[in-house]
Design a protein around this ligand. Structure first.
Ligand code: LLP
Length: 421
């Protein structure tokens, strides 16, 4: 459920007409709903109510400071994957003991910065990385709290580019070798083993792969405890999917997911951490765009929008489907016609949808991409020197620009000219 609904023939974000925001900010822009964001966070938090837990928002999905502050005020932890994300989490006021550090290639400098600023745990992805954490922490005279990310060799049944839990993927330590690597962790100075981490992929629309992975983690917990390790935390990753096409998709709900976690690992008495990103922010965000032209081509019609692949790369990169709806509600029974919906960038890949059935649309109209909150603004670029689109946050009947659109001068002045020119 989200808070982008039609009222009186107009799309609203909570209590604000989207068209009013467009008039103030100019299209295209990302638009987030506080109520939706908070609701989704609470769904996870409540789904784990049966025991000690921390929901660490995977901020790679959308990392604007205003979004982080909203979630931090709800008690969220953060899952970060770079020194930059760590700095963002700290800048939003998230205490170090609520930040977990994931990612396959943490550098010595990133590790040091996190140890200096405070960190809940590093989720270690390889033996070389574990040794660097050991060296950095020992040199600082501290113990780095770690989990090892195990790769359970489970098929997440999602898009190949976002599946991470198969043995051929670059992520984690093969679960079959975990006991050996934990033994080395216990021997190395500067490390304190606190638990196990697993993450098998993103946009999972079934619970079975989670069940398989978490069952393996439960078995590993028992084995590691028998080996003498203290396993007090299980980080079970993120990945629960959202309905992108409203008509036919019904992914499992956070409550079902929480019950599955309780069933598979609840008996172990561990503190549970999860790292959801998409389900928290995905349906809490729209990309609002204007129609520049309606072009009648050879055997097909094109809607040429002012948003492009640089603003929302998901359709080009993952063949992702986003619902695209008119901001002014279509008249009941309006005739639908097929359009190829495209942006102005000079590549055929700049196509959001092919043959998409739309009600009558004219140049100057506004449309909204639904479910664009996750991996939308954060994956945007300035390709074709198109300024990064602004981000706007709605809260009840208020809205605020939370990242302004840069001017052309802002963009140009980021370049520096060598003295020989
Ligand atoms: N934890 C780890 C270690 C991850 O790698 C990810 C996502 C998450 C948590 C959060 O997963 P989520 O709950 O958001 O599914 N750009 C792609 C998605 C990439 C996901 C990468 N890792 C897309 O637009 O679909």
């Amino acid at each position: 459920m989200d808070h982008f609904l039609y009222r009186d023939g107009q799309l609203y974000a909570e209590d604000v007409p989207v068209a009013e925001i467009a008039a103030a900010v100019g299209a295209p822009f990302y638009l987030y709903s506080t109520a939706t964001l908070v609701r989704h966070f609470r769904l996870f938090d409540e789904a784990l109510d049966w025991g000690p837990h921390l929901v660490c928002y995977a901020m790679k999905a959308a990392s604007n400071q205003a979004i982080l502050k909203t979630l931090a005020a709800e008690g969220a932890g953060m899952d970060v994957v770079s020194g930059g994300e760590y700095a963002r989490a700290k800048a939003a006021g998230v205490p170090g003991d609520r930040i977990v550090f994931s990612g396959v290639g943490k550098t010595g400098a990133e590790i040091r910065a996190a140890l200096e600023g405070g960190i809940r745990q590093f989720n270690v992805e390889s033996e070389p990385e574990m040794r660097v954490i050991s060296e950095v922490a020992s040199a600082m005279g501290v113990d780095a709290p770690i989990t090892l990310r195990v790769n359970p060799d489970v098929d997440a049944k999602t898009h190949a580019k976002i599946a991470t839990g198969k043995s051929e993927n670059k992520f984690g330590i093969p679960i079959a070798r975990a006991r050996e690597v934990y033994a080395e962790a216990a021997r190395l100075p500067g490390l304190k083993v606190v638990g196990i981490d697993v993450h098998i992929g993103s946009q999972l629309t079934q619970l079975e792969p989670f069940e398989q992975a978490y069952t393996k983690v439960a078995e590993l917990t028992e084995a590691l405890r028998a080996d003498g390790h203290e396993i007090t935390r299980l980080d079970l990753g993120g990945g629960l999917g959202i309905p992108y096409a409203r008509s036919n998709e019904a992914p499992p709900l956070p409550t079902d997911y929480g019950a599955l976690i309780q069933r598979t690992v609840g008996h172990l008495g561990c503190e549970i951490e999860i790292e959801p990103g998409r389900l928290i922010i995905g349906n809490a965000g729209l990309l609002v765009s204007g129609v520049i032209y309606v072009k009648h081509g050879e055997g097909r019609d094109f809607l040429i929008l002012d948003a492009a692949m640089n603003d929302l790369i998901r359709p080009a990169m993952y063949d992702a489907h986003h619902e695209i709806v008119p901001v002014k509600e279509a008249a009941p029974g309006a005739e639908l016609s097929p359009y190829d919906i495209v942006g102005p960038v000079c590549e055929t890949g700049d196509t959001f949808a092919k043959g998409r059935l739309m009600p009558p649309v004219a140049a100057g109209d506004l449309v909204a991409f639904r479910s664009a909150g996750a991996y939308g603004a954060v994956m945007a670029s300035e390709y074709n020197t198109r300024p990064l689109v602004p981000e706007v946050l709605v809260h009840g009947d208020q809205f605020a620009v939370i990242r302004p659109r840069p001017t052309f001068d802002d963009i140009i002045n980021r370049d520096t000219i060598p003295e020989w020119l």
